[in-house]
Design a protein around this ligand. Sequence first.
Ligand SMILES: Nc1nc2c(ncn2[C@@H]2O[C@H](COP(=O)(O)OP(=O)(O)OP(=O)(O)O)[C@@H](O)[C@H]2O)c(=O)[nH]1
Ligand SMILES: [Mg+2]
Length: 316
Amino acid sequence: MESGAAAAQDIVRILYAHTGKAHIVGITGSPGSGKSSLVNELAKAFRVDGRRVGIVAVDPSSPFTGGAILGDRVRMRDLSGDEGIFVRSMASRGSLGGLARSTMAVVKVLDAAGYDVILVETVGAGQAEVDIATSAHTTIVLEAPGMGDDVQSIKAGILEIADILVVNKADQPGANRTVKSLEMMLHLAMPPAIDDPAHRDAGHRDWVARGETAGRSDGWGVSVLQTVATTGTGVIELAAAVDRHREYLLATGGWTARERARSRSEIERLLRERFIDEMNARVPAEERAALISAVVERRMDPYAAADRLYSGLNFL
Ligand SMILES: Nc1nc2c(ncn2[C@@H]2O[C@H](COP(=O)(O)OP(=O)(O)OP(=O)(O)O)[C@@H](O)[C@H]2O)c(=O)[nH]1
Ligand SMILES: [Mg+2]
Protein backbone atom coordinates (compact mmCIF):
# COMPACT_ATOMS: atom_id res chain seq x y z
CA MET A 1 0.00 0.00 0.00
CA GLU A 2 2.85 2.38 0.77
CA SER A 3 4.88 1.59 -2.32
CA GLY A 4 2.89 3.80 -4.63
CA ALA A 5 -0.44 4.87 -6.03
CA ALA A 6 -0.66 2.05 -8.59
CA ALA A 7 -0.11 -0.69 -6.01
CA ALA A 8 -2.52 0.97 -3.60
CA GLN A 9 -5.18 1.20 -6.29
CA ASP A 10 -4.92 -2.53 -7.02
CA ILE A 11 -5.20 -3.46 -3.38
CA VAL A 12 -8.01 -1.05 -2.57
CA ARG A 13 -10.03 -2.45 -5.48
CA ILE A 14 -9.97 -5.83 -3.78
CA LEU A 15 -10.50 -4.88 -0.17
CA TYR A 16 -12.67 -1.78 -0.29
CA ALA A 17 -15.93 -3.72 -0.05
CA HIS A 18 -14.72 -5.13 3.25
CA THR A 19 -14.09 -1.75 4.83
CA GLY A 20 -16.47 0.61 6.59
CA LYS A 21 -16.82 -1.10 9.95
CA ALA A 22 -13.94 0.40 11.88
CA HIS A 23 -14.21 3.47 14.06
CA ILE A 24 -11.47 5.79 12.80
CA VAL A 25 -10.17 8.06 15.54
CA GLY A 26 -7.70 10.84 14.79
CA ILE A 27 -5.40 12.11 17.52
CA THR A 28 -3.68 15.39 16.78
CA GLY A 29 -1.74 17.94 18.78
CA SER A 30 1.51 19.86 18.95
CA PRO A 31 4.82 18.00 18.82
CA GLY A 32 5.57 16.43 22.18
CA SER A 33 2.09 16.95 23.62
CA GLY A 34 1.94 13.23 24.36
CA LYS A 35 0.04 11.81 21.39
CA SER A 36 2.00 8.56 21.13
CA SER A 37 1.89 7.98 24.87
CA LEU A 38 -1.86 8.58 24.91
CA VAL A 39 -2.49 6.39 21.86
CA ASN A 40 -0.61 3.65 23.65
CA GLU A 41 -2.87 3.93 26.70
CA LEU A 42 -6.05 4.35 24.68
CA ALA A 43 -5.27 1.18 22.77
CA LYS A 44 -5.00 -0.72 26.02
CA ALA A 45 -8.31 0.74 27.22
CA PHE A 46 -10.08 -0.44 24.06
CA ARG A 47 -8.53 -3.90 24.45
CA VAL A 48 -10.32 -4.44 27.75
CA ASP A 49 -13.53 -5.57 26.07
CA GLY A 50 -11.66 -7.50 23.41
CA ARG A 51 -11.79 -4.99 20.58
CA ARG A 52 -8.93 -5.11 18.10
CA VAL A 53 -7.00 -1.88 17.74
CA GLY A 54 -4.99 -0.62 14.79
CA ILE A 55 -2.55 2.25 15.24
CA VAL A 56 -1.18 4.39 12.43
CA ALA A 57 1.38 6.95 13.56
CA VAL A 58 2.15 9.54 10.94
CA ASP A 59 4.97 12.06 11.05
CA PRO A 60 7.82 10.27 12.60
CA SER A 61 9.90 12.67 10.52
CA SER A 62 8.96 15.45 12.93
CA PRO A 63 11.88 17.85 12.98
CA PHE A 64 11.25 18.41 16.68
CA THR A 65 11.82 14.91 17.89
CA GLY A 66 13.78 13.36 15.00
CA GLY A 67 13.89 9.60 14.70
CA ALA A 68 10.50 9.33 16.25
CA ILE A 69 9.80 6.00 14.59
CA LEU A 70 12.25 4.53 17.03
CA GLY A 71 10.74 6.60 19.83
CA ASP A 72 7.24 5.38 19.00
CA ARG A 73 8.51 1.80 19.07
CA VAL A 74 9.90 2.39 22.53
CA ARG A 75 6.75 4.10 23.79
CA MET A 76 4.49 1.48 22.31
CA ARG A 77 6.70 -1.35 23.48
CA ASP A 78 4.21 -2.67 25.99
CA LEU A 79 1.71 -3.20 23.19
CA SER A 80 3.93 -5.66 21.38
CA GLY A 81 2.98 -9.22 21.98
CA ASP A 82 -0.72 -8.38 21.98
CA GLU A 83 -2.14 -9.95 18.84
CA GLY A 84 -5.13 -7.66 19.01
CA ILE A 85 -3.02 -4.59 18.35
CA PHE A 86 -1.24 -3.64 15.15
CA VAL A 87 1.08 -0.64 15.08
CA ARG A 88 2.33 1.01 11.91
CA SER A 89 4.58 4.05 12.03
CA MET A 90 4.98 5.84 8.76
CA ALA A 91 7.04 8.72 7.48
CA SER A 92 5.10 11.66 6.17
CA ARG A 93 7.34 11.42 3.12
CA GLY A 94 7.52 14.95 1.95
CA SER A 95 3.83 15.75 2.06
CA LEU A 96 4.74 18.31 4.68
CA GLY A 97 1.74 19.66 6.47
CA GLY A 98 -0.57 17.08 4.96
CA LEU A 99 -1.48 13.54 5.80
CA ALA A 100 0.93 11.09 4.23
CA ARG A 101 -0.52 9.97 0.94
CA SER A 102 -0.75 6.38 1.99
CA THR A 103 -2.12 6.93 5.49
CA MET A 104 -5.73 6.39 4.60
CA ALA A 105 -4.74 3.45 2.41
CA VAL A 106 -3.15 1.79 5.42
CA VAL A 107 -6.24 2.61 7.49
CA LYS A 108 -8.32 0.79 4.88
CA VAL A 109 -6.19 -2.34 5.19
CA LEU A 110 -6.63 -2.38 8.95
CA ASP A 111 -10.36 -1.72 8.57
CA ALA A 112 -10.75 -4.59 6.10
CA ALA A 113 -8.66 -6.82 8.36
CA GLY A 114 -11.27 -6.37 11.08
CA TYR A 115 -9.68 -3.90 13.46
CA ASP A 116 -12.54 -2.33 15.38
CA VAL A 117 -10.87 0.92 16.34
CA ILE A 118 -8.13 2.58 14.30
CA LEU A 119 -6.14 5.31 16.02
CA VAL A 120 -4.36 7.70 13.67
CA GLU A 121 -1.72 9.93 15.23
CA THR A 122 -0.72 13.08 13.34
CA VAL A 123 1.22 16.11 14.42
CA GLY A 124 -1.15 19.02 14.61
CA ALA A 125 0.22 21.43 12.11
CA GLY A 126 -1.85 23.18 9.53
CA GLN A 127 -3.16 20.95 6.81
CA ALA A 128 -2.53 17.63 8.54
CA GLU A 129 -4.93 18.67 11.27
CA VAL A 130 -7.67 19.48 8.80
CA ASP A 131 -6.93 16.33 6.80
CA ILE A 132 -7.29 14.07 9.80
CA ALA A 133 -10.54 15.73 10.80
CA THR A 134 -12.05 15.00 7.40
CA SER A 135 -10.61 11.48 7.38
CA ALA A 136 -11.65 10.37 10.86
CA HIS A 137 -15.03 9.77 12.48
CA THR A 138 -13.82 11.20 15.77
CA THR A 139 -11.04 13.74 16.21
CA ILE A 140 -9.23 14.19 19.51
CA VAL A 141 -7.18 17.38 19.84
CA LEU A 142 -4.45 17.26 22.47
CA GLU A 143 -3.11 20.24 24.35
CA ALA A 144 -0.43 20.29 27.00
CA PRO A 145 -0.27 22.81 29.86
CA GLY A 146 1.60 26.02 29.43
CA MET A 147 1.47 26.29 25.69
CA GLY A 148 0.07 29.79 25.84
CA ASP A 149 -3.09 29.60 27.83
CA ASP A 150 -4.95 32.71 26.85
CA VAL A 151 -7.88 32.33 24.54
CA GLN A 152 -6.23 34.34 21.77
CA SER A 153 -3.20 32.13 21.56
CA ILE A 154 -5.11 28.89 21.19
CA LYS A 155 -5.02 27.99 17.57
CA ALA A 156 -7.96 29.20 15.57
CA GLY A 157 -9.79 26.43 13.85
CA ILE A 158 -9.25 23.95 16.64
CA LEU A 159 -12.93 24.07 17.47
CA GLU A 160 -13.99 23.18 13.99
CA ILE A 161 -12.04 19.98 14.08
CA ALA A 162 -12.12 18.79 17.70
CA ASP A 163 -14.82 16.36 18.79
CA ILE A 164 -13.02 15.89 22.09
CA LEU A 165 -10.46 18.23 23.63
CA VAL A 166 -7.86 16.70 25.91
CA VAL A 167 -5.42 18.44 28.21
CA ASN A 168 -2.68 15.85 28.57
CA LYS A 169 0.16 16.14 31.09
CA ALA A 170 -2.46 17.03 33.67
CA ASP A 171 0.19 16.20 36.27
CA GLN A 172 2.11 19.32 35.27
CA PRO A 173 1.64 22.84 36.62
CA GLY A 174 -0.89 24.97 34.82
CA ALA A 175 -3.10 22.11 33.63
CA ASN A 176 -6.18 23.58 35.29
CA ARG A 177 -5.57 26.91 33.67
CA THR A 178 -5.32 25.28 30.25
CA VAL A 179 -8.59 23.44 30.90
CA LYS A 180 -10.27 26.69 31.93
CA SER A 181 -9.00 28.51 28.86
CA LEU A 182 -10.26 25.80 26.56
CA GLU A 183 -13.64 25.66 28.28
CA MET A 184 -13.92 29.41 28.08
CA MET A 185 -13.07 29.38 24.42
CA LEU A 186 -15.55 26.60 23.75
CA HIS A 187 -18.25 28.52 25.51
CA LEU A 188 -17.49 31.78 23.74
CA ALA A 189 -17.51 30.13 20.37
CA MET A 190 -20.39 27.78 21.00
CA PRO A 191 -23.02 28.78 23.49
CA PRO A 192 -25.15 25.97 24.86
CA ALA A 193 -27.44 24.54 22.23
CA ILE A 194 -30.45 24.67 24.52
CA ASP A 195 -31.23 28.29 25.17
CA ASP A 196 -33.04 28.35 28.47
CA PRO A 197 -32.99 31.35 30.83
CA ALA A 198 -30.76 29.57 33.29
CA HIS A 199 -28.10 29.36 30.63
CA ARG A 200 -28.51 32.94 29.52
CA ASP A 201 -28.12 34.44 32.96
CA ALA A 202 -25.28 32.30 34.15
CA GLY A 203 -21.77 33.58 33.75
CA HIS A 204 -19.29 31.54 31.80
CA ARG A 205 -17.63 30.28 34.91
CA ASP A 206 -20.91 29.06 36.46
CA TRP A 207 -21.78 27.39 33.26
CA VAL A 208 -18.47 25.62 33.13
CA ALA A 209 -18.72 24.75 36.82
CA ARG A 210 -22.01 22.97 36.21
CA GLY A 211 -20.08 20.63 33.98
CA GLU A 212 -22.09 21.32 30.89
CA THR A 213 -20.55 20.99 27.51
CA ALA A 214 -20.78 23.35 24.61
CA GLY A 215 -23.29 22.78 21.90
CA ARG A 216 -22.51 23.10 18.23
CA SER A 217 -24.37 22.81 14.99
CA ASP A 218 -24.41 19.00 14.94
CA GLY A 219 -25.57 18.98 18.57
CA TRP A 220 -22.55 17.14 19.91
CA GLY A 221 -21.23 18.57 23.16
CA VAL A 222 -17.48 19.03 22.92
CA SER A 223 -15.94 18.42 26.31
CA VAL A 224 -12.52 19.05 27.79
CA LEU A 225 -10.93 16.03 29.47
CA GLN A 226 -7.70 15.70 31.39
CA THR A 227 -5.23 12.86 31.08
CA VAL A 228 -1.82 11.80 32.26
CA ALA A 229 -0.69 9.57 29.43
CA THR A 230 2.37 8.34 31.28
CA THR A 231 0.28 6.80 34.06
CA GLY A 232 -3.00 6.21 32.27
CA THR A 233 -4.98 8.60 34.46
CA GLY A 234 -8.17 9.75 32.73
CA VAL A 235 -7.74 7.38 29.81
CA ILE A 236 -10.76 5.21 30.69
CA GLU A 237 -12.89 8.37 30.64
CA LEU A 238 -11.39 9.38 27.30
CA ALA A 239 -12.09 5.96 25.81
CA ALA A 240 -15.67 6.25 27.07
CA ALA A 241 -16.01 9.68 25.44
CA VAL A 242 -14.74 8.25 22.15
CA ASP A 243 -17.35 5.50 22.35
CA ARG A 244 -20.05 8.00 23.22
CA HIS A 245 -19.15 10.07 20.19
CA ARG A 246 -19.45 7.02 17.96
CA GLU A 247 -22.85 6.19 19.42
CA TYR A 248 -23.92 9.79 18.99
CA LEU A 249 -22.90 9.79 15.34
CA LEU A 250 -24.73 6.52 14.72
CA ALA A 251 -27.87 7.69 16.49
CA THR A 252 -28.07 11.07 14.78
CA GLY A 253 -27.09 10.25 11.23
CA GLY A 254 -23.76 11.96 11.80
CA TRP A 255 -21.93 8.77 10.93
CA THR A 256 -23.39 8.68 7.44
CA ALA A 257 -22.76 12.40 7.03
CA ARG A 258 -19.11 11.94 7.95
CA GLU A 259 -18.81 8.94 5.66
CA ARG A 260 -20.09 11.11 2.84
CA ALA A 261 -17.69 13.91 3.72
CA ARG A 262 -14.83 11.43 3.97
CA SER A 263 -15.64 9.85 0.64
CA ARG A 264 -16.04 13.16 -1.11
CA SER A 265 -12.76 14.55 0.18
CA GLU A 266 -10.96 11.35 -0.73
CA ILE A 267 -12.31 11.35 -4.29
CA GLU A 268 -11.41 15.01 -4.63
CA ARG A 269 -7.92 14.41 -3.32
CA LEU A 270 -7.36 11.53 -5.74
CA LEU A 271 -8.67 13.63 -8.56
CA ARG A 272 -6.35 16.49 -7.67
CA GLU A 273 -3.33 14.22 -7.44
CA ARG A 274 -4.20 12.59 -10.73
CA PHE A 275 -4.77 15.89 -12.41
CA ILE A 276 -1.38 17.22 -11.32
CA ASP A 277 0.34 13.96 -12.28
CA GLU A 278 -1.35 14.08 -15.65
CA MET A 279 -0.31 17.66 -16.20
CA ASN A 280 3.28 16.87 -15.25
CA ALA A 281 3.26 13.95 -17.66
CA ARG A 282 1.78 15.85 -20.58
CA VAL A 283 3.37 19.26 -20.31
CA PRO A 284 7.17 19.18 -20.64
CA ALA A 285 9.06 20.44 -17.61
CA GLU A 286 10.66 23.30 -19.59
CA GLU A 287 7.26 24.51 -20.67
CA ARG A 288 5.99 24.50 -17.08
CA ALA A 289 9.13 26.33 -15.96
CA ALA A 290 8.63 28.92 -18.70
CA LEU A 291 5.06 29.52 -17.56
CA ILE A 292 6.19 29.99 -13.98
CA SER A 293 8.86 32.48 -15.12
CA ALA A 294 6.25 34.38 -17.09
CA VAL A 295 4.11 34.68 -13.96
CA VAL A 296 7.08 35.71 -11.81
CA GLU A 297 8.05 38.38 -14.34
CA ARG A 298 4.48 39.62 -14.61
CA ARG A 299 4.30 38.84 -18.30
CA MET A 300 1.39 36.54 -17.55
CA ASP A 301 -1.04 36.33 -14.66
CA PRO A 302 -1.50 33.08 -12.70
CA TYR A 303 -5.04 32.54 -14.02
CA ALA A 304 -3.80 32.77 -17.61
CA ALA A 305 -0.99 30.32 -16.82
CA ALA A 306 -3.42 27.85 -15.28
CA ASP A 307 -5.70 28.29 -18.30
CA ARG A 308 -2.86 27.52 -20.63
CA LEU A 309 -1.94 24.34 -18.74
CA TYR A 310 -5.54 23.27 -18.41
CA SER A 311 -6.33 23.64 -22.10
CA GLY A 312 -3.11 21.83 -22.90
CA LEU A 313 -4.56 18.78 -21.21
CA ASN A 314 -7.43 18.66 -23.69
CA PHE A 315 -9.91 17.66 -21.03
CA LEU A 316 -12.60 19.81 -22.56
N1 LIG B 1 4.62 14.43 32.81
C1 LIG B 1 4.03 13.91 31.74
N2 LIG B 1 4.78 13.60 30.67
C2 LIG B 1 4.15 13.06 29.59
C3 LIG B 1 2.77 12.82 29.57
N3 LIG B 1 2.44 12.29 28.38
C4 LIG B 1 3.57 12.21 27.67
N4 LIG B 1 4.62 12.66 28.40
C5 LIG B 1 6.02 12.74 27.98
O1 LIG B 1 6.14 13.71 26.95
C6 LIG B 1 7.11 13.31 26.00
C7 LIG B 1 6.49 13.30 24.61
O2 LIG B 1 5.52 12.28 24.55
P1 LIG B 1 5.04 11.63 23.19
O3 LIG B 1 3.99 10.65 23.51
O4 LIG B 1 6.19 11.16 22.41
O5 LIG B 1 4.45 12.90 22.46
P2 LIG B 1 4.00 13.03 20.93
O6 LIG B 1 2.95 14.06 20.90
O7 LIG B 1 3.66 11.70 20.36
O8 LIG B 1 5.33 13.57 20.24
P3 LIG B 1 5.63 13.68 18.67
O9 LIG B 1 5.05 12.47 18.00
O10 LIG B 1 7.11 13.73 18.58
O11 LIG B 1 4.99 14.96 18.21
C8 LIG B 1 7.62 11.96 26.43
O12 LIG B 1 8.81 12.13 27.13
C9 LIG B 1 6.53 11.45 27.35
O13 LIG B 1 7.00 10.56 28.32
C10 LIG B 1 1.99 13.16 30.75
O14 LIG B 1 0.77 13.00 30.81
N5 LIG B 1 2.69 13.70 31.79
MG1 LIG C 1 4.39 10.73 18.58
